[in-house]
Design a protein around this ligand. Structure first.
Ligand code: ZN
Length: 282
């Protein structure tokens, strides 16, 4: 039985099969290792536990909007540096680093069809400086809102944001008023606005357009709030309840209208537009 006597050679580093890091993702919900392609087919929702992994702005556009109908607007708006802000690195360098990853800003806006319904859509991208709202984000959303107003089309915003962009200081805060004003005009004109909250939606975005929807939908488990839980705990000197600021908690407390699985998101928005706003479905 020669093989029993075989010397056990230790595995050398080069003998191990390299697993390319871009092929698998680990689910943050259940720890399962997931094949990225299969995950993408499931809209980045874990097939085992339903955990919602992040989707890029482009990803939302492609699964919400009917194929071939999206026309992007204002894609070349670029941030100025009015405060010549320097923290760890100058603001223009931070923008350049974010752009080097292939994104232009923290929001994509455009027109398109949603199951045949003409809509205007803005989708925030957390990967671009934490989805922070600077003057470009505010301006693009305000302009998209104006298109919805002029063309009398339903407006949808998918939010994902760490809040105001601190590098733009007060200019960043002014975007809250600017976007809210356009939404008030949309409301007065009786044009539907559906807000979709994804993980995380916080700070000035929550304090302005994200919570102003005729219908506010949230993805499961999304953190939605103004200040972070740690800041609140330190301020009120109390421990916060389980699940505080998560979609399900906010639904129970009347802050959001519905928690919707991403795989049912398109269907839900279409149902809302067709049922609530007869006449918008043509
Ligand atoms: Zn999972």
């Amino acid at each position: 039985m020669a093989w029993f006597k075989k010397d056990k050679k230790p595995l050398k580093a080069q003998d191990r099969r390299d697993v390319p890091t871009d092929v698998f993702d680990k689910c943050k919900g259940c720890g399962e290792i997931l094949y990225r392609e299969r995950l993408a087919q499931n809209l980045n929702v874990c097939p085992d536990c339903g955990y919602h992994l992040r989707v890029s702005a482009q990803g939302y556009v492609s699964f919400l909007i009917d194929s071939g109908t999206f026309v992007e607007m204002d894609e070349d708006l670029r941030a100025a540096d009015p405060l010549t802000f320097t923290d760890m690195k100058p603001y223009p360098n931070r923008i350049a680093a974010a752009e080097a990853k292939g994104k232009k800003e923290a929001v994509i806006c455009g027109t398109g069809e949603l199951d045949g319904i003409d809509v205007v859509l803005s989708v925030m991208d957390f990967e671009f400086i934490g989805g922070s709202m600077g003057s470009v984000v505010g301006e693009k959303i305000a302009r998209a809102g104006k298109v919805a107003l002029e063309k009398e089309r339903p407006f949808l915003i998918v939010s994902a944001s760490g809040g105001a962009r601190m590098q733009e200081g007060i200019y960043s805060l002014m975007q809250m008023a600017k976007t809210s004003t356009v939404l008030a005009r949309i409301h007065d004109a009786g044009i539907p606005f559906v807000s979709i909250l994804t993980h995380p939606t916080t700070g000035g975005v929550t304090a302005s357009f994200a919570m102003l929807g005729d219908v506010n939908l949230a993805e499961p488990g999304a953190l939605v709030g103004f200040a972070g839980p740690r800041v609140i705990e330190e301020t009120i000197k109390q421990e916060l309840p389980q699940g505080f600021q998560r979609s399900e908690f906010l639904l129970e407390h009347g802050m959001v209208d519905r928690v919707v699985d991403r795989r049912k998101l398109k269907e839900s928005v279409v149902t809302i537009l067709r049922h609530q706003y007869a006449g918008w479905s043509d």
